[in-house]
Design a protein around this ligand. Structure first.
Ligand code: HSE
Length: 597
């Protein structure tokens, strides 16, 4: 055990949260946990790695947390910019030098914000000036002294992921300053403290803080690391002034890799070491379908060969995809071939119910886990398939079946575990919502539908979208999680939007048209559910779901409401949700942390 030491570094006295900060903490954490995720330059190594950061954000979002992302500059950008300043002058003015280097963080944060939004999560980029992050002291190694957390609080309370560039602030006179090498970590902690975040995780390219070079034999990982040991540690994973700040404010810092299930925790108390994780092993995967969503999921999996060994991809016409894959031999047409390599995970994205149903049943029967986005199949056979999965000890995950990347099933599951759910109301179909918005802008019904198909929102056969059945199937899945796990699919009354093709009467002033899914229970506990066109007031949550966006409002028995929203259809949002499910399966199949001997 590394403690006690004779040469204990001087640590600041813990300074428990001052009354104002405590008030903020209480107000924010009553409803939602807030987590600050900081992505370093090794994680944002280049544009191609931004998707990994987005997956990490989504992992937190679907767990019901509100997320603030702090970004470092990408790769070597900071060094390159410092070099550039040196090429211009050997005596740079500190404010201009700081402003030039801060460009690296602004550039990466803007790209991360765009990528989070493209994956379907509402994201807002804030500038250090908007949060008035003020610093004191050396302009290139400054101390943060104050900030205005209200813009961040406003955005996270509205359900948005907030993205901030790290490293930079402003001095008393408004000049740009820098927080020193590794300063984005300090930005993350400072922001976490002022937002009342329950967690602050510094995402690194190693999964934790080690007692030696993590690549060296016998290196052990700290499960817990005291502030004093962190400051004394030769591995300066986190700058000392950042650890001192955490100590002063009695905050814990998590240090871990992307997807970490056991980050090192820096905080009060004795340090403890554990044996590191065994290297993850790739899981044998069979994919069913390589269409709009399948192609997106495939791209995510191919970028993680340490976790995914894609053995087979079942498609109707292999010749269509042969030149799109490095190894076309994995393509197959024969359903039996799917099981030839004993897959541990089947990812079903072919849609339809007969072949998909048959293959999922075979997979689950063999104890193979399944991830599917197939709401039609889950609404029809989900009760039976779940029972089979439970009997065989397999996982059956269908998060992407409802709401694209809007974590609706997760939210309802989480709420139903602890609270009474009184009603559900939402916009659950992106295609029809897109058509309704386009028609409100004077497009014709058939033009709007064709555009929704072109953009990849609609099902292969859009009858289920426009007929309201897609939304009804999703509502059925939500009701099963909220109230009745065995609810039959035909319990939902359905009308669609097809009548608008012939006749689209005006809506009342101050209202817009939405295909609304609603459910509640009657006095006997029976579920009443329906999908129908409704005029809804402009400015309401339902009206504010635009184009392919979806929203779900969960009314709770204690009078509170939970609202989840984002992009409900399209390749990348849906692929994000599918990939989050596959990651969950992969994590479950990895060996667990073993304590050090
Ligand atoms: N066709 C569906 C929609 C796709 O438009 O919402 C996502 O389930």
């Amino acid at each position: 055990m590394p403690r006690p030491r004779d040469n204990q570094p001087h640590l600041p006295e813990p300074n428990r949260p001052e009354p104002r900060a405590r008030r903020v903490t209480e107000r924010l954490t009553v409803e939602h946990d807030v987590v600050v995720l900081k992505f370093g330059s090794s994680i944002l190594a280049h544009e191609g790695t931004i998707a990994d950061a987005v997956h990490e954000v989504y992992r937190e979002v679907r767990s019901g947390r509100r997320v603030v992302v702090v970004c470092s500059a990408m790769g070597n950008t900071t060094d390159d910019l410092a070099k550039r300043a040196g090429e211009i002058t050997d005596k740079p003015h500190p404010a201009a030098y700081a402003a030039l280097l801060a460009v690296g963080e602004s550039h990466s944060a803007a790209q991360v914000a765009l990528a989070i939004d493209a994956a379907g999560m509402p994201a807002i980029l804030l500038d250090p000036a908007q949060i008035d992050l003020r610093t004191h002291g050396d302009p290139v190694n400054a101390e943060p002294v104050s900030m205005d957390a209200s813009p961040i609080k406003r955005e996270i309370e509205a359900g948005n992921v907030v993205v901030l560039p790290g490293f930079a602030g402003r001095d008393e006179r408004g000049f740009t300053t820098l927080l020193g090498r590794g300063g984005s970590d300090l930005t993350a902690l400072f922001v976490a403290h002022h937002c009342g975040a329950t967690r602050c995780r510094l995402v690194k390219d190693v999964d934790g803080w080690y007692d030696a070079d993590p690549k060296s034999a016998g290196a052990r990982k700290y499960a817990h690391l005291s502030y004093a040991d962190a400051i004394a540690s030769p591995a300066q994973i986190v700058q000392s002034k950042c650890v001192e700040y955490a100590c002063k404010h009695a905050m814990v810092i998590e240090v871990g890799a992307l997807g970490s299930v056991a980050p090192s925790v820096v905080g009060e108390g004795e340090s403890t070491l554990v044996a590191p994780h065994a290297t993850p092993r790739p899981v044998r995967v069979a994919m069913l379908g390589l269409g709009t969503v399948g192609g997106g999921v495939m791209r995510h999996m191919l970028s993680a060969p340490d976790r995914y060994d894609i053995r087979r991809v079942l498609v109707r016409d292999p010749s269509k995809y042969a030149d799109k894959l490095e190894d076309a031999s994995i393509l197959c047409q024969d359903a039996d071939a799917v099981f030839a390599d004993d897959p541990e995970l089947v990812v079903e994205l072919i849609g339809g119910t007969s072949l998909a149903g048959d293959l999922l049943e075979r997979a689950l029967d063999r104890g193979c886990s399944v991830v599917t986005a197939n709401k039609a199949l889950m609404a029809r056979d989900g009760v039976r398939l779940r029972a089979l999965a439970d009997t065989r000890g397999a996982k059956l995950l269908d998060s992407a079946a409802v709401g694209g990347s809007v974590p609706m099933l997760e939210a309802v599951r989480r709420l139903a575990a602890h609270r009474e759910i009184v009603s559900l109301a939402g916009v659950l179909n992106g295609t029809t919502n897109f058509i309704l918005d386009q028609m409100a802008r004077d497009s014709r019904y058939d033009e709007a539908l064709a555009e929704a198909q072109r953009l990849g929102f609609a099902e292969a056969d859009p009858t289920a979208d426009v007929g309201g059945f897609d939304a009804a199937q999703k509502l059925c899945l939500l009701c099963r999680v909220a109230w009745d796990p065995a609810l039959p699919e035909d319990s939902v009354e359905v009308t669609g939007i097809e009548s608008l093709a012939q006749n689209a009467p005006d809506v009342d002033r101050g209202h817009v048209r939405r295909l609304v899914a609603r459910a509640s229970r009657n006095g006997d506990g029976a579920v009443l559910a329906r999908v129908a066109l409704e005029p809804v007031p402009e400015g309401s949550e339902l009206a504010r779901a635009h184009d392919e966006q979806n929203v779900l409002i969960v009314q709770l028995g204690d009078g509170r409401r939970e609202v989840v929203k984002g992009r409900g259809a399209g390749r990348w949002p849906t692929a994000e949700a599918v990939f989050a499910d596959t990651e969950q399966v992969v994590r479950a199949l990895q060996p667990r942390l073993a304590p050090a001997q």
